[in-house]
Design a protein around this ligand. Sequence first.
Ligand SMILES: [Zn+2]
Length: 420
Amino acid sequence: MQAVRATLAAMVFVLCPALVTAEANDAVRVDAGFPGGNILVQQVEGDTVFVAPDQRDTQAGQWWFYWNLRLRAPAEKPVTIVFTRKNPISVRGPAMSADGGVTWHWLGAAAVKSSKRDDKPAWSFEARVPAGAAEVRYAFCPPCLESHLRAWLAKHKANPALRVKELCRSRKGRPVELLRAGCLAPAKSKGVVLITSRHHCCEAMATYALEGWLDAALADDDTGRRWRANWEIIAVPFMDKDGVEDGDQGKNRAPHDHNRDYNGKPLYPEVAALMKLGASLKDRVVAALDLHCPTIRGEWNDRVYLVGAPQPDFWKKQEAFAAVLERVQRGPIRFRARDCLAFGTAWNTPANYKQGRSCTGWERETFPDARFVSTIEIAYADALGDEVNAGSARALGRDMARALAEFLESPPPLPPSHQQ
Ligand SMILES: [Zn+2]
């Protein structure tokens, strides 16, 4: 019987190769049906899969580069993944995970081939399910989802200097985490430091930096003790929780995105809840940081930098903090104090805010006496030659925590009327 089946299969192959190819194609599946997943499968030709980032909910005419796909195929079978028209692959190539999206590494720029398809530019890489596995993930950058935050929280669950609360429920009813860390006794605290990330839900490296910042405040070392003795951190890791979990890209979301929603009537429950919380904190806030990632490649997308405020007094404080960060940093991502993007330079112009007030715009108005308020941009993959990954982004967050502790402990500059 076995022999008969083999003979029949051979006859099918000779008589009808298309049928055999169709069977092979069924064994190669690319999808986004998991938290954070994002891909449009446009066409499958043999072992080549043509795909594109899913731009759903993005304003018309805008393009962004977030994608995160799962490949299921026979182990070790090479499958070519092809993007056409615009290149959404990072400067360090695709990120790959062989453990279902828990840990990731960059494949490197050399893994990406550029070519033409129907006279249009195309970029491809070879994907392969590892031996003994049923699937593999590839993404624009290492994702950071609720599952990653839960793993981080589990590491710290016995730490009395960390509390997990809920800021609000998202539009789809998901709990939006609010973390309190550091000096949790209001009577002892010298102030509150607000830290947010994922106003643009695809900007995962920002949340790894936020985790590193909290690691520093919880550590059994000098920096940790200074934080726990002096300042309370209130952190919201996922300001667009639904976007993070659903796998949206979130930048320039229609009609405006979460970081242009700090207006009279916010559209998004996370923003409304943070504005309400901020109003209740008022004078207690000594610093506020909103962590982001820039765009995909080119100048200012290749480094870590502070986004300069329009107000000269806030700008001066940003430059002062930048000098401290450059001096005290230890991690593999090097920060240069000169990498502060002055207001009016490159993309940082009034036109960029015409769709609405940003988080830090609201923070500067709500906390006018804060010692430091800044948007911080963290490159997705490569910071002037230094690799950005979950570990190095966390180290950068620890560096920022060490710098801010020193910055807040130094005497504030005297107002101009008191200067000699
Ligand atoms: Zn952003």
